[in-house]
Design a protein around this ligand. Sequence first.
Ligand SMILES: C[S@@+](CC[C@H](N)C(=O)[O-])C[C@H]1O[C@@H](n2cnc3c(N)ncnc32)[C@H](O)[C@@H]1O
Length: 273
Amino acid sequence: MDVRDRVAANHAIWQRWAALHVPSGFYDAEGFIADPASRPFDSIVSGLLGDITGMRALHLQCHFGLDTLRLALLGATATGLDFSDVAIAAARDLSVRSGIPATFIEGDVLAPPTEVSEGGFDVIFTSYGVISWLPDLEAWARTIASRLAPGGVFKIAEMHPTLWIFDDESDDPEPMVRYSYFMREALEWEERGSYAAPGDEYIGTSHSWQHTFEEIIGVLVRAGLRIEELREFPLLAWKYMTAMVEKEPGLFGMPDTQPEVPLTFTLTARKPE
Ligand SMILES: C[S@@+](CC[C@H](N)C(=O)[O-])C[C@H]1O[C@@H](n2cnc3c(N)ncnc32)[C@H](O)[C@@H]1O
């Protein structure tokens, strides 16, 4: 199957999922609007972002904008980018309803529109469930490098690449190795409902791509960024495997009876002055 057809299938799924996710309890957008300060970033992302007051922030793959609004609450001038117009419309609506100003732009992170200005951002942020939707990380890194201002910084919090090897569909309490860490081909998933709005309705077949640390760091370095920090955590913002338990608000890990597994990484990379 052609890569463009796989991306088009993913786009169709995200259009459906955006509509399902806005009213979902998983995202609790209404709770956020009622009391934004009570639903901050988790401790991993807060630690990654640090003080972004006054910065021009670009949020890649912003979905329907909750995290973009959180960036604004931290004092940044926030812009969200996503290829789903359903998600972008919902994000604009949430911005108005919450009274938290932010700009939302529809576009592909691998070929963003000119409104996402070159050199226009002090910080670019993306998180949790993003790079597996991208077949081409070289183009992704070029977007990041071109949109950062000189001296600007890229920050990502994402599922640890090692986690991809485990079977997330197994009910076995022990992690089961199922996939090659070095898999290059797309994986296909029959989607019923979504991770945030479970249900039996067939939504479509999604396509994902695994990316190793060598690839993630390599594309950023080749795009001209300098890696400043890489961190690994035995915690993840969602329950990826059956055995995982909530360890702190909004973060899950393996039970204490089992060895710790790397679940999330964060990375900070800077564009030279
Ligand atoms: C798992 S969601 C990110 C969720 C985000 N971490 C949050 O909690 O709001 C992934 C997002 O990536 C977007 N996406 C996927 N491929 C994209 C692309 N090529 N360009 C822009 N957005 C894309 C989808 O529309 C979706 O909103």
